[in-house]
Ligand binder design. Structure first.
Ligand SMILES: Nc1ncnc2c1ncn2[C@@H]1O[C@H](COP(=O)(O)OP(=O)(O)OP(=O)(O)O)[C@@H](O)[C@H]1O
Ligand SMILES: [Mg+2]
Length: 274
């Protein structure tokens, strides 16, 4: 059954490399407009999953629908719909930045004016005439992001978009993703957990090819297993607080409140991977 309400629908997806099962019975759906972070340790299967979604790698079994279309049967249409930043962006080292983006724009049927837009959005205007092979890693990454957002795709699949970027550029990429027009769907992988906290509303955690969590960021961080803390406000010096907690009648204790402690995404991630 085709579900046209999902931008991405994945069902029982498996990808094997010989003996290694890189993606193991994965199922999930992403609705239009969602920004979803894909988290997982090295080798968890993030890149393999993204390559299957973008139709660059065939699955061993299972089903992937992008905008209701099966990726195997509509690989060209699917690739046109998606802006994809691969783990290693396929750049032409001998071309300059502007010529490469103009070439990529032609392949995607994007208007020529789009090249100037993406150069500006990725802060590449000053590097437009430089040869790609001479650029630093971070600048190459920006060119990869620039080609992904050509033609304003409905769906962006970004494999570690902030890898190799300096903090200023990381902030710009974050802004770029959060400023995308409504109904733009984004799936991004990252190792930088704080990035997900800033950009995504939902998190998929993949471990050894299996999805071990699929939650809204909020639920994940304040879930049933959230720890509690007792906060005691005291007059004066709090050095001997622990001893004083044993006797709440001590003078100087004003208020006692119990509240749920928000876990960091990092601690949830580490716990889930234990
Ligand atoms: N071309 C390949 N041939 C054989 N095994 C592969 C191939 N590509 C990936 N694998 C294996 O599949 C598993 C998943 O790899 P994948 O690159 O998808 O992980 P990842 O989550 O993207 O990791 P990283 O965070 O390091 O980028 C790993 O065990 C990896 O060794
Ligand atoms: Mg990877």
């Amino acid at each position: 059954m085709i579900d046209s309400t999902s931008m991405i629908k994945v069902k029982d997806l498996v990808r094997k490399y010989g003996e290694v099962t890189a993606v193991d019975s994965v199922s999930f759906e992403i609705a239009p407009g969602e920004i979803v972070g894909l988290l997982g340790h090295n080798g968890a299967g993030k890149t393999t999953l993204m390559r299957i979604l973008t139709s660059y790698l065939p699955a061993t079994s299972g089903e992937v629908l992008i905008g209701g279309k099966d990726v195997r049967e509509n690989s060209l249409a699917v690739r046109r719909k998606i802006g994809y930043l691969p783990e290693t962006p396929p750049l032409y080292p001998d071309m300059n930045v502007r010529d490469f983006l103009a070439y990529a724009a032609r392949l995607k049927d994007a208007p020529a004016a789009d090249v100037d837009r993406v150069l500006a959005e990725c802060d590449l205007a000053d590097a437009a005439d430089k040869v790609i092979g001479t650029l630093s890693k971070g600048f190459k990454q920006r060119v990869g992001i620039a080609q992904a957002i050509l033609n304003d795709p409905e769906l962006l699949i970004l494999d570690e978009p902030t890898s190799g970027l300096d903090p200023v550029q990381v902030r710009q990429v974050r802004k770029l993703i959060t400023n995308l027009k409504e109904k733009r769907t984004v799936l991004l992988s990252t190792h930088v957990l704080s990035e997900i906290e800033h950009m995504a509303q939902r998190v998929l955690i993949i471990k050894a090819g299996k999805i071990i969590a699929d939650e809204s960021l909020n639920t994940l961080l304040t879930g049933a297993e959230g720890e509690q803390e007792i906060v005691i406000r005291m007059n004066g010096d709090g050095d001997d607080a622990v001893r004083k907690i044993r006797d709440l009648r001590l003078p100087g204790v004003e208020t006692i409140e119990v509240r749920k402690l928000q876990q960091s995404l990092e601690s949830v991630f580490i716990k889930l991977n234990e």
